[in-house]
Design a protein around this ligand. Sequence first.
Ligand SMILES: *[C@@H]1O[C@H](CO)[C@@H](O)[C@H](O)[C@H]1NC(C)=O
Ligand SMILES: *[C@@H]1O[C@H](CO)[C@@H](O)[C@H](O)[C@H]1NC(C)=O
Ligand SMILES: *[C@@H]1O[C@H](CO)[C@@H](O)[C@H](O)[C@H]1NC(C)=O
Ligand SMILES: *[C@@H]1O[C@H](CO)[C@@H](O)[C@H](O)[C@H]1NC(C)=O
Ligand SMILES: *[C@@H]1O[C@H](CO)[C@@H](O)[C@H](O)[C@H]1NC(C)=O
Ligand SMILES: *[C@@H]1O[C@H](CO)[C@@H](O)[C@H](O)[C@H]1NC(C)=O
Ligand SMILES: *[C@@H]1O[C@H](CO)[C@@H](O)[C@H](O)[C@H]1NC(C)=O
Ligand SMILES: *[C@@H]1O[C@H](CO)[C@@H](O)[C@H](O)[C@H]1NC(C)=O
Length: 685
Amino acid sequence: IGWSTDPFNPPSIPLAIRSPYSSAWLPQASTGTALNGAWATFWNGMIVGWAGYINVDGKSYIFMGDPSVRAIKATQKSSKMTPTQTIFVMDAGGVELTVSFLSPLDPGDLALQSFPFSYLSLSVTSSDGAPHNVSVYTDISAEWVTGNTSSVANWTTSTDSNLLTHQIQLADQHLLVEEHDMIQYGSAYFSTGQVQGLTYQTGEDVKVRTQFINNAKLLNSEDSQFRAVSDHWPVFALSWDLGPVTDTPNVVVAAIGHVRDPAVRFTKGGGITQDRSLYFWSQFSTVNDALAFFLNFQGVSFAHANAIDSQINSQAQQVSSDYAAVLAMSLRQAFAGTELTISKNSDGSFNTSDVLMFTKGGLFILLVSTVDVLYTMWPLFLFFNATFGKYALLPVFEATSQPATDGGAIHDLGAQYPQAIGYQSGVTPTSMPLEESGNMLIMTLSYTQCTGDKSLITTYFDVLDRWTQYLIDNTAEPGNQLSTDSFAGPLNNQVNLAIKGVVGIKAMSVIANLTGDSDRSSRYSAIAANYSTYIQQLSTSSDRQHLDLTYKDDNSWGLAYNLYADKLLGTNVFPDSVFSMETAWYNKQFDQFGVALDTRNKYTLSQWEIWTAAIVDSDAVRDNLISSVVKVASAGISNKPFGDWYDTTNGTINGFTARPVVGGHFALVRPHPHVSPLTLSSGCF
Ligand SMILES: *[C@@H]1O[C@H](CO)[C@@H](O)[C@H](O)[C@H]1NC(C)=O
Ligand SMILES: *[C@@H]1O[C@H](CO)[C@@H](O)[C@H](O)[C@H]1NC(C)=O
Ligand SMILES: *[C@@H]1O[C@H](CO)[C@@H](O)[C@H](O)[C@H]1NC(C)=O
Ligand SMILES: *[C@@H]1O[C@H](CO)[C@@H](O)[C@H](O)[C@H]1NC(C)=O
Ligand SMILES: *[C@@H]1O[C@H](CO)[C@@H](O)[C@H](O)[C@H]1NC(C)=O
Ligand SMILES: *[C@@H]1O[C@H](CO)[C@@H](O)[C@H](O)[C@H]1NC(C)=O
Ligand SMILES: *[C@@H]1O[C@H](CO)[C@@H](O)[C@H](O)[C@H]1NC(C)=O
Ligand SMILES: *[C@@H]1O[C@H](CO)[C@@H](O)[C@H](O)[C@H]1NC(C)=O
C-alpha cells in the first residue's frame, strides 16, 4: 500500500474515539487508505469532515481528509496503531509531519476517564537538513453534530487568554434523542491553547481552505450566517504559523470532542428518574474550563498513554505478537461504548458517591447497559480498573427492585441509549434469564475477588440469591432460551448456557461463604457439583470427542466459552478433562477465519475466539485462535470499525460494528493455569 503499517491495517483506523458520539475513524478499503485519501467517518460510516493542510515554504500540501480544495498530497510513510493512539508520519516538501491522535483513558482518574475529548497533535521537523517556513491547518465541519446535513447548525468562536475554542451545535436541540446514531443535543468542540502564530476562521469550506492555501494563515474572522450543515458547508478552522522549522520537533495540539449534558437519563427501581452528567462536571463548571485543563495536561496525557500502551503491549507479547495486535485495536473501541456519570443532589451539587457507568452496544444495538455486553467486556474492566466494573454493574442492581417477569436478571436498562428508563408496561423486554442471571453472579463474584470489596455481595445479597434460585430451577434443563448470541436464535437445552448456570450457582456458593452463610454455601456447592456431572453426562458425545451444542445431539458442538468463567473465578466445577477434550476438538475445526461459534452456522464472534483461546490447554490452539482474529481484521474485507461477528469461511462481517464487546479480547491478560502467568499492576490477581 506504499506505507508501513504497525501492527496491521484494521478495517477502519481509530482517530478520535471517546464516546458513542465522539467518534471519528478512517475507513480502509481493501488496499488501505492514507490519512489524506478519504474523509474521516462517524462509526456508522457517515462523513465527519476533518481536513488538514501543511504549508511549507509557500507551497501547500494536504495531509488529512478529501477536500475539494486541492493541494499536493503529502506522502504517507507509515501508520501505527497502539491501544490509545494512532500515529501517521507524512512527508511534505522537505519536512516530516507526524500526526498523532490520542484518545486518553485513565484508570486512576474518573474526571479524565469521563472526558469525551481526544487530542490531535501535529509535530513537524525538517527532513532534509534545511530550515523551512511551515504553517499547519486543520478544520472540522458541522457534520460533527448531525447525521442529517440538511439540519441547521449554529456556532461560536470564543477566545480568552488561555484558549481558542470553536463550538458547534444544532439550532434545534432534542434532549436525549438520537438520529442516524448521532445525538441531537449538545455541542462539538474544537479547541487549542493560545500561542504565537495561531489564527482561526469560520466560514464556507472553499473560502477558508483557499485562504490558508494561498496565505498560510487565517483571517481571525467569523461567519455568523447560521445555516444548514451542507449549505455552503461552514467549517471551523485553526492554523498555526510554526516559523522556521529545523530538526527540533515543532508541536501544536488541539482538542476535539462532543459534549452534552445531561449524558444519561436513568430510572432506578422504585420509579425514581434522574438526569446524570458526565463525571467531569463535578470538577469543572464549564466545558471551556475542562478543555483548558485537558490541553494544559497534554504532556502528562501523552506520557500516561505511552505507559498504558507499553504495559498492554509487553503483557500481550508474552502471549503472542498477534495478541498484542488484537489489543491495539480493542481498547479505544471498547471504552468508546461507555460513559461514566454522576448524579446531582437536590441542592444542585454533585453526589460524588453516586458514580455509574452506562454502555451502548454499537450499530443496530441501541440498548443501554445490556448485561451480556458487560459480561463480554468484563476482562477489560478487570484489567483496567475493576471498580469501573462495579460502576457498570450498579445500574443493573439499582434498576432491579422488582423481580423480572421471567424470573431472572434483566437483559438491559432501556431500548434507546442514552435513556436508561426501562420499559413501559405492555412492552416486553428481551428475556435471557439464564444468561443474565449467570452473568450477574459471575461478574459480582469476580469483582469481589479482585478488589476485596464486599459491598456488592452484602448490599445485593437477596437479589443475587433470587437469581441463584432461578438458576437452580432452570440450569439442569434450560429449555428453549436465548443466549447472548441471540442472532442465532433460541435453542433447547444449550450446553454452553447450562455451563454458565452451574458456574453461577457455584459463584453464589462462594459469595454466601464470603458473607458467613456457610450452610447456603455448602448446599449450593453440592447442587453445582451435581449439575456439573449431570450436564457432562448429557452433553459429552458418545465417542467422548466433544461437548454437544445441545443435550444428546452428538452431531452438534459449539464454543463452550462460558468455561472461561469457571477458570476466571477459580470455581473449578468442570474438570480439566473437559478443557482438554474441547481443546483437541477445536484444533480439528478451524476454518480459514477461525472456529465457528457452533454447528448451526459458519460464523463466529471474535470475543468468543479469544475467550476460548484463554481456556484451551495448548499454546498452539490458543495462538491459532488469536491469529484468526488478526486475520479477519486485517483481510481488507470491511471498511467499518471492527465488527466482531463474521463468517469463518470467508471473513465477511455480519453487520455488527464498533461494539464495546471487544473489551472481551483482554481475556488473556491475566494469569491462568494454561497461560504463562502475567503480572498486573492493578493488584487484581
Ligand atoms: C522563510 O521566511 C523568511 C521570513 O519571511 C524568508 O526570509 C525566507 O526566505 C523564507 N524561507 C524560505 C525557504 O522560503
Ligand atoms: C480505580 O478506580 C477507583 C475509583 O475511581 C480508584 O479509587 C482507584 O484508585 C482506581 N485504581 C487504579 C489502579 O487506578
Ligand atoms: C433532514 O432534515 C431536514 C430538515 O430538518 C428534514 O426535512 C428531513 O426530513 C431530514 N431527513 C432525514 C433523512 O432525517
Ligand atoms: C444556537 O442554538 C441553540 C439551540 O437552539 C441556542 O441555545 C443558542 O443560543 C444558539 N446560538 C447562537 C450563537 O445563536
Ligand atoms: C448519593 O448517592 C449515594 C449512592 O447512590 C446515595 O446512597 C446517597 O443517598 C446520595 N446522597 C444524596 C444526598 O442524595
Ligand atoms: C468456604 O470457606 C471455607 C473456609 O474458608 C473453605 O474451606 C470452603 O472451601 C469454602 N467453600 C466454598 C464453597 O467456597
Ligand atoms: C443429583 O441429585 C439428584 C437428586 O438428589 C440425584 O438423584 C442424582 O443422582 C444426583 N446426580 C449426581 C450426578 O450426583
Ligand atoms: C460468505 O459466506 C456466507 C455463508 O457462509 C455467505 O452467505 C456470504 O455470501 C459469503 N460472502 C462472500 C463475500 O462470499
